[in-house]
Ligand binder design. Structure first.
Ligand code: FES
Length: 129
């Protein structure tokens, strides 16, 4: 099966472990802004919008994690989120969560799932622990 290039977010080797990478999908005034987070064999995608005040989480390209890369951090007011759940564990919006996006892994690439509007499958496994 061929990879649908319009949905490719990045190649798996472009994601550090643990690491994060931002992406934009679509054109026009309101493209989808999101980011990928990898830890071990798991990759998750979230909308790049903080539940606190709606700001993008990063100020610099691809900078979504704390220095020790154990949590996602919002650069605006310091909210901290778990990598694997997007759940806010500290900062101004505890108990709220990032919005997950459905993704899939195909032929070494991370793709936005065709049903990305349905957030029921926000995780893709690389097939190893
Ligand atoms: S907008 Fe993210 S912590 Fe305030």
């Amino acid at each position: 099966m061929e990879v649908d290039l319009t949905r490719v977010l990045c190649a798996i080797h472009e994601l550090a472990d643990p690491g994060a990478r931002g992406f934009t999908v679509g054109d026009g005034d309101w493209p989808l802004q999101g980011f990928l987070v990898r830890r071990g064999g798991t990759i998750r995608a979230y909308v790049n919008r903080c539940p606190h005040a709606g700001h993008p989480l990063n100020l610099l390209p691809h900078r979504f994690l704390t220095p020790d890369r154990s949590l996602i951090v919002c650069s605006s007011h310091g909210a901290l989120f778990e990598l694997t759940t997007g759940y806010c564990v500290d900062g101004p919006c505890p108990g709220e969560s990032l919005t997950p996006l459905a993704i899939e892994i195909r032929d070494g690439y991370v793709l936005l799932a065709a049903e990305a509007a349905d957030s029921s499958a926000p995780v893709a496994a690389l097939g190893r622990p």
